[in-house]
Design a binder for this molecule. Structure first.
Ligand SMILES: [Zn+2]
Ligand SMILES: [Zn+2]
Length: 133
């Protein structure tokens, strides 16, 4: 049973090697979770490369996350002091709202709050009505 799993893992490395070369193939496989590996086994090798590019992109996003300025433009615009707006970021790298003030706000137009909270000025519904009129 255990040996079978290792064999599967080896053949997966071979598949990826075809796409990206040996050294990066080993890197890629070592950073995948078991769930990701089982997904990889079930997809065609031609899709592997695309998938791996996605993985690489997520990794570089994580690197960028550290580079994001850790201050909240929303609180800054609200005239809060520096201690307040520099204590948190407005959004995380995925675009989810982190600011506690904005998270508690509910958009009067579409009712969005929490992760997707925004002021009425930034409401996506605005763009929709603009198109239909
Ligand atoms: Zn804030
Ligand atoms: Zn809205």
């Amino acid at each position: 049973m255990r040996r079978l799993a290792i064999n599967k893992r080896r053949s997966l490395v071979n598949d990826i090697t075809i796409c990206v070369g040996l050294s990066s193939a080993n890197n890629y496989v070592s950073m995948l979770t078991r769930e990701q590996l089982s997904v990889l086994r079930s997809i065609r090798p031609s899709l592997l490369y695309e998938f791996l590019q996605e993985v690489a992109k997520v990794r570089s996003d994580k690197r960028m996350r550290r580079a994001l300025p850790n201050e909240c433009a929303f609180c800054k615009n609200n005239g809060e002091n520096e201690e307040c707006y520099s204590s948190h970021a407005l959004k995380d790298w995925r675009g989810r709202v982190l600011c506690p003030v904005l998270r508690a706000f509910r958009c009067p137009r579409c009712g969005a709050t929490g992760d997707r909270a925004h002021t009425i000025k930034y409401c996506p519904e605005n763009a929709d009505t603009g198109k239909s009129r």
